[in-house]
Design a protein. Structure first.
Length: 322
């Protein structure tokens, strides 16, 4: 066994893969889904009819863009629109276009770990809405927000869309919201997406499509370990498995080992065994109700300014302030 030897890792990815695969039960973090291939697979997920989240949020922003923009620029003061994990900006462009059309002064500051994602987004906006002043920020969410706090005296509005908060269990979500609260001032706003509890079958279908896109997305974490860490996972030896607990609102993704197998991961000098039907937990996608969002806000010292929903309450966008 190599578990009790002192190890040095050359990246957080290496360390977390090592720790996750030598734990019981085994787990890997969904934040490592998103390399170039994972980004592309997530784009495909957002285009699937079963993955209702994207369209619901798109519709909410479209239907409420005037009211949302009025909240952002209440006093006519110029503001900076930050976005955490902007992706392809499809939904954000609704707001950007409306702000430009109505000559509301702002600049757009998308934040992402991936410079590649930022470059693509910046180019797309320069093409489609050239009037927008874009200042990309490469880095982790909070380092960047804190740095900006010191140099930019403008009012801040922070977007965190897509129900990305759902990847966090409640406790880390509260930590995250507290950090966000610490990075804003009185008068600043946060617009955040929360996928809602609904018919459990609708949720299972969104995370277990018949075409296998979500399966490929989930298994990409194994493919990525193969590519980057010299692993020898055989993807066909795993089942993609989704469960949803309608009581807690937690959807969980697993990779289930179809056979007893050994895996070598060269750059970790690690060999692991998986028993037949042993699991690797890879993701949670939390679903919310009003009481839960109110509790999260209260726990993290944020106040709810208002909320926007689609006509079936499938998805909601909340506006918070300090
Ligand atoms: C990007 C975290 C919001 O949990 O719904 C989509 C990721 N996982 N299908 C989600 C995801 C499987 C997605 N988030």
């Amino acid at each position: 066994m190599q578990n009790n030897q002192t190890r040095t890792f050359t990246s957080a990815f290496e360390q977390e893969v090592y720790e996750g695969l030598t734990s019981f039960p085994k787990h890997l973090s969904s934040k490592y889904f998103y390399d170039e291939i994972g980004d592309k697979l997530f784009q495909d997920i957002m285009a699937m009819p079963e993955y209702y989240l994207t369209n619901r949020e798109f519709d909410i922003l479209e239907a409420n863009k005037a009211e949302i923009s009025a909240l952002f620029s209440r006093d006519g003061e110029v503001f900076s629109l930050f976005e955490l994990g902007a992706g392809d900006g499809k939904k954000t462009k609704i707001l950007l276009q409306y702000l430009v059309d109505n000559k509301i002064p702002f600049d757009y500051r998308p934040i992402d770990i991936s410079q590649n994602a930022l470059d693509q987004l910046e180019n797309a906006i320069k093409q489609e809405i050239p009037e927008v002043e874009v200042n990309t920020l490469q880095g982790t969410y909070f380092d960047t927000l804190r740095d900006i706090d010191k140099v930019n005296g403008r009012k801040k509005v922070i977007l965190f869309l897509g129900s990305n908060i759902g990847n966090l269990l409640h406790e880390p979500a509260i930590e995250f919201l507290k950090n966000l609260r610490d990075s804003i001032n009185e008068g600043d706003l946060i617009l955040m997406g929360f996928d809602q509890k609904k018919n459990p079958q609708t949720i299972l279908d969104a995370y277990n499509d018949k075409t296998g896109i979500t399966e490929a997305f989930n298994k990409n974490i194994l493919a990525r370990i193969n590519r980057e860490l010299g692993g020898d996972f055989v993807l066909d030896n795993f089942l993609h498995w989704e469960v949803y607990d309608p009581e807690t609102g937690t959807a969980k993704s697993y990779l289930v080992s179809k056979a007893a197998q050994r895996i070598n991961i060269e750059s970790l000098g690690l060999q692991i065994r998986l028993k037949r039907w042993e699991t690797i937990h890879t993701e949670i996608s939390q679903k919310y109700d009003d009481a839960t969002v109110e509790w999260l806000a209260e726990q993290s010292g944020l106040q709810i300014v208002t909320e926007f929903a689609d006509n079936q309450n499938q998805y909601k966008n909340y506006v918070f302030k300090k």
